[in-house]
Design a protein around this ligand. Structure first.
Ligand code: GLU
Length: 447
C-alpha cells in the first residue's frame, strides 16, 4: 500500500471532503507499516474497500416551524462497514453537517466500534438541521419528519442509530416514537440512548464522559501519574462535557474551564455539582451560550468572549465538543502553560498539527476513537439488555464499561508501544481497530 497514492485518488474523487480525507490519512499513515507486512490484505485490496462506505442514504426532510413556515433540510445515513456486526453509530444534528463530515465520523466509528470488543459495525447519520433557537415542538416535528425517511434503513439487527452532537435523550424519544408508528415494530433495540423506562440503559447518558475518564486514568497510570488534584480544561457544555466533568470531579480532579461557541468560562475553584446540573439546563434551552453559566453563578464562573478552553493553564486538556476544535496554536498555548496530557473526547477533536506538536513535545496524547469509545460501548450494552429483555444495575453497567475501557487501553499498548517504551496511542488505536476489521473482511470474502 502506498498511502499517498490512495489519498491522491480519494482526493481527486472526493474533492473538498476535507474531514473525510483527514480521517483517512491519519488511519492509513498509522497502519501502513503493519499493512505491508500482510500481503493477503494488499491482494484483496482491504484498504481500498475499507475507505468507501458500504452505502449512503440521503433524503429530504421537510417540516413546519412555529411560524407556520415550511422548512427543508437534508438527512443522511451512512452505513460504513458491517464486517464485525450490524451498522452502529450516532446521528448528528448540526448546521454544518455534510456528507464529508458524516463519512469521516462513520469511518472513525468503524475502528472505534472494533476496539470496544463488541460486535458492532460502523455507521453515522444526521442532518444539517440547526437545533439552536428551536422550540421543543419544532425539535419534535423535525425528528418525526427525519424518521419518516430513516425508518426504512434501520432495524435492531441491521442498523442501530444513537445520539451525537445535537441529538440527546429528548431527540431519541421523538425518533423512537415515530419509528414505532411507521414500522409497527416495538423492538426497543432499534435505537440506543433511550429513556430509562422504555429500554434505555442506566449510565448511557454518562457513559462517553465516564469511559473517557477511565481511559485517562489508564493513560496516567501507565505513565506513572495520578489524576487526583489535577486541573482539567474541558470544551463544550453538552452531554460529553457533562459526563466528563462529573467523573473528573469524582476522581478528585478540578475542572476549571468549559466553553461554548461564544467563549470560555473559567472556574478557578473547579466546577461544582450545581454547575454540572446547570449544564443540562443550558443544553435543553438550545441557546448554545456558555455565558449563561457565568450569569447563573456570578463570581464563580468568569466568562470571556471569543476565547477557548485552551487559553486556561491546566495539566490536562479534554476536547469534548467538535472535530478540529484544537489547533496547533492552541496546542502551543496549552504546552506553554504547562499542559502535559491531552485526551480527545470529541471525535477528531485535534487538528493534525496539534497532535504532531503534542507528540513532539512529550505530551501524553490519545485519540477520540479510543478515549470516547465508552459511549458506543454502552450503547452495545444497551442492545444486549434489549435483546435479552432485562436491565442491568448501574454497578453492572459501570463494571462492564470499566472492563471495556481497560481492554481498549491494552490494545493501544499492544499495538502502539514504541522502542523507547512510550505508547503512541494514535498508532495503537488505529492498528488495533484496523486489524480486527481487516481480518473479518478477509474471512468473509470479496463482497
Ligand atoms: N455518537 C457517539 C460516538 O461518536 C455514540 C454512538 C452510539 O452510541 O451508537 O461514538
Amino acid at each position: 500500500m502506498n498511502t499517498n497514492d490512495i489519498l491522491a485518488r480519494l482526493q481527486a474523487k472526493y474533492p473538498g471532503e476535507n474531514e473525510y480525507l483527514q480521517a483517512v490519512r491519519e488511519v492509513l499513515e498509522s497502519i501502513e507499516e503493519v499493512y505491508n507486512m500482510h500481503p493477503e490484505f494488499e491482494k484483496e485490496r482491504i484498504v481500498e474497500r475499507m475507505v468507501e462506505p458500504d452505502r449512503i442514504f440521503s433524503f429530504r426532510v421537510t417540516w413546519v416551524d412555529d411560524r407556520g413556515e415550511v422548512q427543508t433540510n437534508t438527512g443522511y445515513r451512512i452505513q460504513f462497514n458491517s464486517a464485525i456486526g450490524p451498522y452502529k453509530g450516532g446521528l448528528r444534528f448540526h448546521r454544518a453537517v455534510t456528507p464529508s463530515m458524516l463519512k469521516f465520523l462513520g469511518f472513525e466509528q468503524t475502528f472505534k466500534n472494533a476496539l470496544t470488543t463488541l460486535p458492532m459495525g460502523g455507521a453515522k447519520g444526521g442532518s444539517d438541521f440547526d437545533p439552536k433557537g428551536k422550540s421543543n415542538g419544532e425539535i419534535m416535528r423535525f425528528c418525526q419528519a427525519f424518521m419518516q425517511e430513516l425508518w426504512q434503513c434501520i432495524g435492531p439487527d441491521q442498523d442501530i442509530p444513537a445520539g451525537d452532537v445535537g441529538v440527546g435523550g429528548r431527540e431519541i424519544g421523538y425518533l423512537y416514537g415515530q419509528y414505532k408508528k411507521l414500522a409497527r415494530q416495538y423492538n426497543t433495540g432499534v435505537l440506543t440512548g433511550k429513556g430509562g423506562t422504555w429500554g434505555g440503559s442506566i449510565l448511557r447518558p454518562e457513559a462517553t464522559g465516564f469511559g473517557a475518564l477511565y481511559f485517562v486514568q489508564h493513560v496516567l497510570d501507565h505513565a506513572g501519574k495520578d489524576i487526583a488534584g489535577k486541573r482539567i480544561a474541558v470544551s463544550g457544555f453538552g452531554n460529553v462535557a457533562w459526563g466528563a466533568s462529573i467523573k473528573a470531579s469524582q476522581l478528585g480532579a478540578k475542572v476549571v474551564a468549559i466553553s461554548g461557541p461564544d467563549g470560555v468560562c473559567y472556574i478557578p475553584d473547579g466546577i461544582t455539582k450545581e454547575m454540572i446540573d446547570y449544564m443540562l439546563v443550558m443544553r435543553a434551552s438550545n441557546r448554545d451560550k456558555v455565558e449563561d453559566m457565568a450569569t447563573r453563578f456570578p463570581g464563580k464562573a468568569q466568562f470571556t468572549a471569543g476565547k477557548k478552553s485552551w487559553s486556561i493553564p491546566v495539566d490536562i486538556a479534554l476536547p469534548c465538543a467538535f472535530q478540529n476544535e484544537l489547533s496547533e496554536d492552541d496546542a502551543k498555548e496549552l504546552v506553554a502553560n504547562g499542559c502535559w496530557c491531552c485526551c480527545e473526547v470529541s471525535n477528531m477533536g485535534c487538528q493534525p498539527g496539534a497532535i504532531h506538536y503534542f507528540q513532539q513535545n512529550g505530551v501524553l496524547f490519545a485519540p477520540g476513537k479510543a478515549v470516547n469509545a465508552g459511549g458506543v460501548a454502552t450503547s452495545g450494552l444497551e442492545m444486549t439488555q434489549n435483546a435479552s429483555h432485562i436491565s442491568w444495575t448501574a454497578e453492572e453497567v459501570d463494571s462492564k464499561l470499566h472492563q471495556i475501557m481497560q481492554s481498549i487501553h491494552e490494545q493501544c499498548v499492544k499495538f502502539g508501544t514504541q522502542p523507547d517504551g512510550t505508547v503512541d496511542y494514535v498508532k495503537g488505536a488505529n492498528i488495533g481497530g484496523f486489524m480486527k476489521v481487516a481480518q473479518a473482511m478477509l474471512e468473509q470474502g470479496i463482497i
